[in-house]
Design a protein around this ligand. Structure first.
Ligand code: 5GP
Ligand code: ZN
Length: 113
């Protein structure tokens, strides 16, 4: 498996991991776009939103709930934060392992695209 996020999840390559359980992992983005920039991923290799099966839909809910918990831990929940999932070429998805971006710690751009 040459997926970079799977390799972080299995400890094959280092990641600045801030949270992990049986289902999910959260780590700091290597190229942060905000003072706090975390990536929340399922341990399971799900390439994108398109491959999320109906049975797997609770995973995305758990990812969002974890994001809010981590935003509180990182001290950015009160001022606010942004959650982003990129999909496809024009949506800007580069890493083909489902991930949720958590961005916070500054006043974010009004523009989303
Ligand atoms: P995408 O554009 O696919 O939604 O976002 C992929 C994100 O993964 C980018 O923000 C990028 O900086 C981050 N990233 C890519 N490779 C690595 C890595 O090896 N380690 C970490 N921590 N983040 C990475
Ligand atoms: Zn993967």
């Amino acid at each position: 498996m040459d997926c970079i996020f799977c390799q972080i999840a299995t400890g094959k390559i280092p990641g600045d991991i801030v949270y992990q359980d049986e289902e999910l992992l959260a780590f700091r983005d290597i190229n942060p776009q905000a003072p706090k920039h975390l990536l929340i991923i399922p341990r399971k290799h799900i390439p994108s939103l398109a491959e999320l099966s109906p049975a797997e839909l609770p995973i995305i809910g758990n990812m969002v709930a974890l994001a809010h918990k981590l935003a509180q831990q990182e001290g950015v929940a009160e001022t606010g934060y942004r959650l982003v999932v990129n999909y496809g070429e024009w949506g800007g998805q580069v890493v083909k392992h489902l991930h949720l971006h958590l961005l916070g710690g500054k006043k974010l751009s009004d523009k989303l695209g």
